[in-house]
Structure formats: C-alpha cells, structure tokens
Design a protein around this ligand. Structure first.
Ligand SMILES: [Zn+2]
Length: 112
C-alpha cells in the first residue's frame, strides 16, 4: 500500500468516526428537549450551547476532511498552503487533513 493510499484510508476512517459522533451528538439534545425542566433551564441552556459548539467543530472538521479526500487524488495534496513545501508524511499520518507545515503553523500562531 502506498503512503497516499494509506492516508486516503485514514481520511475515510476519520470521516466515518466524525459522522458517528455527529449522530451521537444529535440524540442527547432531543432527549433533553423532551424532559426539559424549567428549574433546570440554565444548565440545560449551557448543555445546549455546548452541544452546538461540538457540532460546529464536527462540521468544520468534516469539511476539511472532505476537502482533503478530494485533494488526495491530486498532486496538490500534502503541500503546505502557505510555503508550498511538502508536508512530512509523519505529520500527515497523524493529521491527514492538515493544510500547513509545522513551521508555517507556528509562524501563523505567533502572528495571532
Ligand atoms: Zn509551510
């Protein structure tokens, strides 16, 4: 199996895991709505906000993975979007949807 095929499989696996956690994140929310207790409204709102935050994160991650899955078929995959250098395989293996190399990421974080 080539590295690229391995990365593509890893991307598919992560996408499946995200979709599973997405489905799980939907269930508790509807249950909370069913058994909503006015006295418990504050904490339930907090739980609701948290659930939405988690979902937003899942969507962002899913979009990145979908994009990487399309990109992995092309020669552009595995290249840093900022410096255009090849991202080391060790980094891609851990986070196959990454778009930047370590040095660019550190640079951008220091800019923030
Ligand atoms: Zn870079």
């Amino acid at each position: 199996m080539t590295k690229r095929v391995r990365l593509r499989k890893e991307l598919s696996r992560q996408r499946a895991a995200l979709l599973t956690s997405w489905n799980l994140s939907l269930a508790p929310l509807s249950e909370r709505a069913l058994y909503a207790d006015p006295a418990d409204q504050a904490s339930s709102d907090f739980g609701h906000d948290l659930a939405i935050q988690v979902r937003t994160r899942v969507i962002v991650r899913l979009k990145r993975i979908e994009h990487a899955l399309r990109l992995v078929q092309t020669k552009h995959y595995g290249r840093c979007r900022r410096c255009r250098k090849a991202i080391p395989y060790a980094r891609l293996a851990v986070q196959p949807d990454t778009r930047f190399c370590i040095s660019c990421l550190q640079f951008m974080e220091s800019e923030r």
